[in-house]
Design a protein around this ligand. Sequence first.
Ligand code: SF4
Length: 194
Amino acid sequence: MHTSRREFLKGATTGGVALSVLGFDLTAAMAQVRELKIARTTETRSTCPYCSVSCGVIIHTLGDRSRNVTPTVVHVEGDPDHPINQGTLCPKGITLKQNIVNDRRLTKVLYRAPGTRAWQERPWDWAVDRIARLVKDARDRDLIERDARGRAINALTSVGVIGGCTDTNEINYLLVKAFRAGLGVIPIEQQSRI
Ligand code: SF4
């Protein structure tokens, strides 16, 4: 027999009311159902990556206390102690679990060589070495040491750096120190500002 969502909810509500009328107190049962979902999870505080508001979230993970179990994110909710959102999340942020637990999530390095269409899978070490090589080559080629009036500026504008929204102040400090003070990179941006 086909039961629509509306009919199911109607029946469930009627059933609940009937049990209450018969004298059953459903409060404890309902509370237990709500508690079970996150009862054995580990809480990790993080930041929603979707926009520059940067709302605080709590990620509930199941299974990371056992050596032979792969941790699984089972729930993501707003962090009530976070000063920005105080526990609330917008409709986009509330779907954050689908961003984490998603079989379409990219977890490997894919490389498309210049002038080609096909993506090739490459190791992480290869990617890090290649980025280092390209940054070094760009700096050797493009660093502007002095402006038109002969003042030292050591500016590199052909390399860009972007940080993630969950980066702390300390990580951003190191990004600026390594790339602007160290290499002279001018275009440095933060995903939280986008
Ligand atoms: S929950 Fe919504 S408003 Fe908050 S950071 Fe995420 S996308 Fe932005």
